[in-house]
Design a protein around this ligand. Sequence first.
Ligand code: AMP
Ligand code: MG
Length: 411
Amino acid sequence: MRERVLGYREAEAAIRKATDAARELPKLVNRISLTTALGRVLAEPLRADRDQPPFARSTRDGFAVRAEDLPGPLKVVGQLRAGEMWRDRVLGAGEAVEIMTGAAVPEGANAVAMAEHVELGGDTVRLMTGRRLAAGENVVPRGAEACAGDLLVDAGTRLEPAQISAAAVAGYAEVEVYARTRVAILATGDELIEVAEKPKLAEIRNSNSYSLAAQVEAMGAEPVRLPIVADELEATEQAIRAALACDVVVMTGGVSMGKFDYVEHALERIGAEAVFTGARIQPGKPVVFGRAPHGSERKFFLGLPGNPISTMVTFALFGAPLVAALSGETGWHWPRWTRGRLTAEARGKAGLTRFVPATVEGSIDGVKVTPRVWQGSGDVASAARADGYVVVPEGADRMPTGAEVSVLLIG
Ligand code: AMP
Ligand code: MG
């Protein structure tokens, strides 16, 4: 394949362009229970089935009043619990109704005086001296949040807890979502053995298939773990051809300059075209991305370097946005980033954008980021103690203690 090594930003732009194409591809739709919809992408817009709130809603425990009658004393003429309507009559001048949070404010009333702000006397209530209450306070008018038929959540949105809440409010016991994107995971390497096997000294357990499957599952897609492929051209080509039946093919290993790195060669043999054959990042420099023919279609592929942290970081950077788009998600929500302040310096690498494993601790005052000591892109032990990766941009030889940095979150 013709070599094309891009800077991080160019590689990101190339992936963004590809995701626009991926989003347009036809997609299957499933109708599923709301209880299993977390992390799935909506294929239908969710609309309000009635006004929200459906009645003028009290946001406090207190007394529904006509604000112009205050400070009172007012006569307490009844009590309203959540779920009850005041049907007796329109609230008259000089009257108040005791009301609970979430109950319907009686007709005639225009505000709710908080229980903490009133004094009771027999069957009367009055506003404490020094307190004020304007018309409209502590009342959400009918339809103020949404009117019947209004769009609540658009198609193409991932269902996170807030969207599930909106769906539940509007009565969607089932939702239409896009079918889970099938992601083929293909590990290459003569040294690899299955996780359950006992390795000889020079053998390595195929951990990448598991970390990738976890990353794929975390974004609501379906990992398809395929058998380990030996470092042979013919076997690699056959395995890739079979894997192309999935929506996207993610390979690990075999993309470096080693004598037995056959992935690029095999891709070439099946007529694949690379968008890039490397990115100036560490870890992950040899990452390959492009499209390959499969029958009458063209599928996306990603060849990730085999070192476990390279694999995780490159999937997070380039695989996740692609899978999200193939899954029908609109917008640009992957990778997940945060910003935080460094508690110790993070070193860069000349000519590369670097990703350094770090502990990320958040509080209401901000996010603290502590780079971890690590032995490079094979150091799974260090990665397992980290929550994310500090970015040291290309051109910066270090980010000093106290600097605000971007942090790549994996998962
Ligand atoms: P490669 O990208 O094939 O040159 O591999 C780079 C390093 O990653 C080597 O040390 C490999 O043994 C290791 N490696 C490759 N594939 C895997 C895998 N699936 N799981 C764990 N380690 C791997
Ligand atoms: Mg290899």
